[in-house]
Design a protein around this ligand. Sequence first.
Ligand code: LER
Ligand code: MN
Length: 277
Amino acid sequence: MGMMIAATGALKAGYDSPVLYRGAYKEIIPKLSADGYKAVELHILDSDEIDRQELWRLLEQNDVRLTSIGTGSVYEAKGINLGDRDRLVRQQAIRHLESHMVTAEPSHALIIVGLIAGRYRDAGLAEGFQKNLTESLYDLDGLAKKHDVRIGFEIMNSYESDFLTTIDAGIQYLQEQTFERICLHLDSLHMNIEETDIGAAIRRAGKLVGHVHIADNDGWYPGHGHINFREILQALYEIGYDGTLALETYNRPDTQTSARRGLNFLSFLLEEIEGKK
Ligand code: LER
Ligand code: MN
């Protein structure tokens, strides 16, 4: 089947947000489809506030698959997180993510746990944070089973997160737990900052890898900066990864240019590596 390239989309996003398409779903889903995408990762502030029926209809009509849901904006907007010292805040985060699972259900899309995991300061102590987060993740794991979706725990750089900032730390943590629906979510921008040898780290993660974000080191479309994407895609190919490569990039110089260049660049490399597409 091979890897699938997805655009990112959101109803609203700021200048510095790494999201390609911005606007109403009825505008952006036909647009990204016309630009050559067959899949989309939507970054959603609150799934309770969107018209799911309309979204599902638009996806079907345009033959676009919802691969994943980005969930970090609610942490940035309201501080809701899974590791918080306050049990009510953690429960709010879990309920919030379950609502995304309902949106994800028809396409079995993956729910991203990145920024919404929270920071150590949200719990006061690192140990307390880890205990709270782990407890929340077990609750989410059960809910993911109920909704038949998966959760991707995003390994993010140590400027933006505290817990599990390297692939090896993520592997060790998941091996210590008994989650059934939680996998590792990698991001080229973060790997570029934290990993010693990106290809080797991806190979060690192997079947634990469930989702991948792509951006160049400067946050622009892949091919704009200096990350070695051939090495990354080659390693993903070797571990048999057949999931999504979601373009979590700035929409610079403009959405269409960035979207087309990112898609062309990744398609070209995949064609070489997978030898088909
Ligand atoms: C989220 O997916 C991410 O990668 C962070 O850098 C927050 O934007
Ligand atoms: Mn990311």
